[in-house]
Write a protein that binds this ligand. Structure first.
Ligand SMILES: [Zn+2]
Length: 219
């Protein structure tokens, strides 16, 4: 307004925006972005179906959720160093690798969440429904636990309810502590003894020369 810096040149006449054309372009760009997003989702969906035995026709019905029959090993790689490059296969990257779903989880918590989750268990041909237990099954289970409890060595328990192994471990720790104390004392005494000797000189000779041992002078 008023006097602009572009004095003398009036180019407003040439500035005609083709609104329709740009609206079209914007629409097109938006659509493309949406399509790209959909394909990423589609890929995920496709992979999910590829890993699902039900969708591959390998099974007719999903089984109910079953108990894990192997021991989880979450700690085997703790404290280990590993070189990871761009081309390192997924199974050797940092974290927990799931061979069923071919994915890496970054920590034990998310790994546990994954292997207990729907995606993973569906890939194993299971649904998330849990089989209803009968009274008989519960009874058998309780009986089994009772038997395993009574099978543990009764000598491990002292009459006053203290575990013998625990008491022994405590005694061993105490012994070790005393041992260390004694070793420390001896080392100290040894160092003082060296000082007294004054580099191998005879104590009598040193006394004659007018200076007593360094160690004895302390007293
Ligand atoms: Zn998995």
């Amino acid at each position: 307004m008023g006097k602009s810096s572009a004095a003398g040149v009036d180019n407003t006449a040439r500035r005609v925006w083709d609104k329709e054309e740009y609206a079209e372009k914007a629409d097109k760009r938006e659509k493309e972005a949406q399509e790209a997003e959909e394909t990423a989702l589609d890929i995920k969906k496709r992979k999910r179906l590829e890993r699902d035995p039900l969708h591959q026709g390998l099974i007719v019905e999903r089984s109910t959720l079953k108990m894990r029959e192997y021991q989880l090993d979450l700690t085997s790689r703790i404290g280990k160093a590993q070189v990871i490059g761009l081309n390192t296969p997924l199974s050797q990257q940092a974290g927990y690798y799931c061979s069923v779903c071919d994915c890496v989880l970054r920590d034990s918590q998310s790994y546990l969440d994954h292997i207990n989750g729907k995606y993973h268990n569906r890939a194993l041909g299971m649904s998330m429904t849990v089989e209803k237990s009968t009274v008989e099954q519960v009874k058998n289970r309780l009986k089994m636990h009772k038997e395993t409890a009574s099978a543990s060595n009764p000598e491990d328990y002292l009459p006053d309810g203290i575990d013998r192994r625990l008491a022994e471990a405590e005694a061993a720790a105490e012994r070790e502590r005393q041992e260390r104390k004694r070793a420390k004392k001896e080392a100290k005494r040894g160092a003082e003894g060296e000082g007294e000797e004054g580099g191998g000189m005879d104590p009598d000779m040193m006394a004659m020369m007018g200076f007593g041992g360094f160690g004895s002078s302390k007293k």
